[in-house]
Design a protein around this ligand. Structure first.
Ligand SMILES: *Cc1c(COP(=O)(O)O)cnc(C)c1O
Length: 416
């Protein structure tokens, strides 16, 4: 896919489009890079233009092709959000439209609140990002929205759950799962949803592999969802979220909810995110190469019971899904240590280059113990069922030299 919906006159590939489309230097006194527009409100060019802008914002009218609509107020949209959105679209294969949010959770909760009214249901894969899990149990279920969990990677269970659901509005897939990296077949989930009479929206949390290595929209999903805090932002210095989709009308609905909730990405953060987008492919490629070299070099290490990393998958179904939907194995690996929690904690204590912190996707390497941190809300039974053992350490590999990281990891293992 190399044909972005270009506002430039010629068609270019994504790494070019992210630097050329959607931003007109003439609109910011000729600056080569976008300026920050911090204004909360915008001056209308005429009362008629104001009336027209409101009609379009409220969904009473649709903008004509090429029509320039006046901005209104920054909770609805602002130039830096629109510039970042225009630059996100070419990075996501198959995307026609984007919306930015002030965190990944803001993006995910906006999808739920837009699509799932009380009395409706949704299907979701488990294990799921902890914040999304909280949203489901503490907000959506008490509101009368029914969540139907399906084990990640189980295509048969997914098909059954979707086929049996009533008033089904959404299928939410997170793949690979965190921190076990179990992959769910996105095309199969989309096919199951496509056969359901309610035609639920299929959304994929693409934070771990996208937009560089996994393309849910090409596989039949309707929405690709991001914590932009992670790889898109890339430096562990901002929070953000993004949703991309094939159908611009669906994105219009999400932006409508965003305006009500007031969770649009703010101008400074949108400007920052926008500046990170041209390098997301470079960073992710380096991170994936580093992680692959480290994971493969550690294979067979006597202190490790297992290394969880996509290029080392052995389960035939997981290998099949990986090959069908991921172009590279990505920057996250999990180590399962001999010696349980004690060994995992000792390992984390010995790291110097890598920092013991949650989050992922930044240029610096981070390591954490999911069972006692990111996944600590889960019961012991759930932790076991989902494979999040006390002996598991998750590592988000950065762009440091991989030999330094490997030497540090080996040293920290060998001391135990
Ligand atoms: C971090 C993360 C989120 C939540 O994003 P925030 O930006 O922290 O709100 C959602 N899904 C996944 C997979 C994540 O890693």
């Amino acid at each position: 896919m190399s044909t972005p919906r270009s506002k430039t006159a010629y068609v270019v590939r994504p790494p070019t489009a992210v630097l050329t489309r959607g931003f007109d230097p003439r609109l910011s006194v000729g600056s080569a890079r976008p300026a920050v527009f911090r204004s909360s409100t915008y001056v209308f060019s005429s009362p008629e233009a104001a009336e027209r802008a409101f009609a379009i914002a409220l969904g009473k009218a649709r903008p004509a092709d090429g029509e320039s609509v006046d901005l209104i107020y920054s909770r609805l949209s602002h130039p830096n959000a629109e510039i970042a959105e225009d630059h996100l679209v070419p990075l996501e294969k198959g995307a026609e439209s984007a919306a930015v949010f002030n965190s990944g959770m803001a993006a995910i909760s906006t999808i739920f609140l837009t699509l799932c009214p009380p009395g409706s249901s949704f299907v979701y894969t488990v294990p799921l990002y902890g914040g999304t899990q909280h949203l489901i149990h503490q907000l959506l279920e008490p509101m009368g929205v029914k969540g139907i969990p399906v084990m990640a990677g189980d295509a048969g269970a997914m098909a059954l759950a979707v086929a049996g659901a009533r008033n089904l509005r959404l299928v939410l897939v997170e793949s690979p799962a965190n921190p076990t990296l179990v992959m769910t077949d996105i095309a199969a989930a989309a096919a199951a949803a496509g056969e359901h009479p309610d035609r639920p929206v299929v959304a994929v949390d693409n934070t771990f592999m996208g937009p560089t290595f996994q393309h849910p929209l090409v596989l039949g999903a309707d929405l690709s969802v991001y914590s932009a805090t992670k790889y898109l932002g890339g430096f562990s210095d901002m929070l953000g979220g993004a949703v991309l989709g094939r159908d611009p009308e669906l994105l219009v609905r999400l932006r409508g909810t965003r305006a009500i909730l007031g969770n649009i990405l703010q101008p400074d953060e949108a400007w920052m995110l926008d500046g990170r987008l041209p390098t997301v492919g470079l960073r992710m490629n380096r991170q994936s190469k580093n992680a692959q070299r480290i994971a493969e070099a550690l294979q067979g290490h006597p202190r490790l019971r297992r290394i969880i990393y996509p290029s080392l998958f052995t389960d035939p179904e997981q290998v099949r899904i990986r090959d069908a939907q991921c172009s590279y194995p990505g920057g996250i690996l999990s180590l399962v240590l001999e010696g349980g929690k004690r060994a995992a904690f000792d390992f984390l204590r010995r790291l110097r280059i890598a920092k013991n912190a949650v989050s992922l996707g930044g240029v610096e390497t981070l390591a954490c113990h999911p069972a006692t941190t990111t996944h600590s809300e889960m019961s012991d039974e759930e932790l076991v069922r989902y494979g999040v053992g006390q002996d598991l350490v998750r590592i988000s590999v950065g762009i440091e030299h991989w030999r330094d990281l490997l030497a540090e990891i080996r040293g920290a293992l060998d001391e135990s």
